[in-house]
Design a protein around this ligand. Structure first.
Ligand code: NCD
Length: 373
């Protein structure tokens, strides 16, 4: 007999024994969570020699970025991407960039690193395991240590919401938020925006105005509750005129998500639980992983979840045969999305990954140029 309810809390292993689940879904439910970072006390009290406002080259949130500034970042990405390797490698030659990662990451870390290296910068990776973070060093002390070594930009991923802001205010260097807890992932939202614009307008980046994406409906489906990607996109896309449908089961999608944005964009975010109805209206559909590591005892029936919210070939064909399919990764194939869809002709998932490098090059140059003539 198959167990009906799966507990996906942090402490449990092997709660799912159901052989009827597709293999990746079983693996997903079984996977042990990564060890918690030894240091997760992103203390909100900022003190020390450099305490103050965040450096203007920082990127902490997608929310406060004016459209003009976003346009400049996209234009810079457009210029840097086709540039010859030798010219590009002179842009940030020998500048020091630290990648400070307290959480696992594949594409975000690698794309920041490749972006920095292709601009000629020197990079160093500090990860939670194998550094003094493991010994309990605070985020601020780690930041100040890197600064004392001549690091000029810090790219930070941290399990605690708000950590990027705390670090930025403590060290006075540009900090690029590469994901802080369930809060934000602004560089992901920018690369998603570049992908959406390419899909809609072809190669040419249009001028960004509150009407640029008017008439477009975007669905983000899955674990909205824990998704920093959803939040950063929600703070960005409606400001360009897009209508945003947040979709998922009520346990993973709080009603208040509709109020993420202040007026006049408030009405542009809607909360829905019927995935097929959302698909029918959408030109873009972005699927999200269930963030098992953040579920905290929440119970979820994976069969029910897949029945209602999996993007599979039949659903896509029947309800959104023309739409672009996105996913920030990592994907759990067979759970929120099937391989047929992820690798299919409507998928722009690889384009998102490629855009990650271009956007992150632009963000690193911006970080080091900000405040300079
Ligand atoms: C996401 C993240 O880490 O926030 N991935 C990413 O950076 N591309 C989404 C996730 O972990 O599911």
């Amino acid at each position: 007999m198959r167990p009906k309810l799966f507990t996906l809390d942090n402490g449990h292993r092997d709660t799912v024994t159901d052989k009827t689940l597709p293999k990746p879904a079983r693996q997903f439910a079984r996977r042990t969570p990564p060890p918690a970072a030894a240091e997760d006390r992103a203390d909100a009290t900022v003190t020390g020699p450099f305490a103050g406002k965040a450096h203007p080259g920082s990127l902490l949130s997608a929310g406060p970025l004016p459209l003009r500034e976003i346009g400049r970042i996209l234009a810079r990405a457009d210029r840097l991407e086709p540039e010859g390797a030798a010219k590009r490698a002179r842009r940030l030659a020998h500048r020091r960039i630290a990648l400070l990662f307290y959480e696992a990451s594949t594409r975000t870390r690698t794309s920041f690193e490749l972006a920095a290296k292709s601009l000629g910068a020197e990079t160093t990776l500090v990860s939670a395991l194998s550094s003094s973070i493991e010994k309990g060093e605070s985020l601020q002390d780690t930041g100040l240590t890197l600064r004392a070594m001549g690091v000029e930009v810090i790219v930070l991923r941290h399990p605690q919401s708000g950590a990027a802001e705390v670090l930025a205010r403590a060290i006075g260097l540009p900090v690029l938020n590469a994901g802080d807890g369930t809060h934000e992932h602004p560089s992901q939202a920018l690369l998603d925006l570049r992908t959406i614009l390419q899909w809609k307008f072809g190669g040419k980046t249009p001028t960004l105005t509150p009407r640029t994406l008017r008439g477009m409906t975007v669905t983000i489906c899955g674990d909205i509750l824990h998704s920093r990607v959803a939040r950063s996109n929600a703070l960005l896309l409606p400001r360009l005129g897009a209508r945003l449908l947040l979709c998922g089961p009520p346990t993973l999608l709080p009603e208040v998500a509709a109020q993420l944005l202040p007026a006049p964009t408030t009405g542009q975010i809607e909360v829905h639980h019927d995935f097929e109805a959302c698909l029918r209206q959408s030109q873009v559909v972005m699927m999200l992983r269930i963030q098992k590591e953040r579920l905290n005892n929440l119970q979820l029936d994976l069969h029910e979840y897949m029945a209602g919210y999996q993007l599979n070939a039949a659903r896509l064909r029947n309800f959104a045969p023309q739409s672009a399919v996105m996913h920030p990764g990592p994907m759990v194939r067979g759970l929120e999305i099937t391989s047929e869809v992820a690798d299919g002709p409507q998928s722009v998932i690889e384009k998102q990954v490629a855009n990650g490098v271009a956007i992150r090059m632009a963000l690193l140059v911006r970080a080091l140029k900000a405040g300079k003539p």
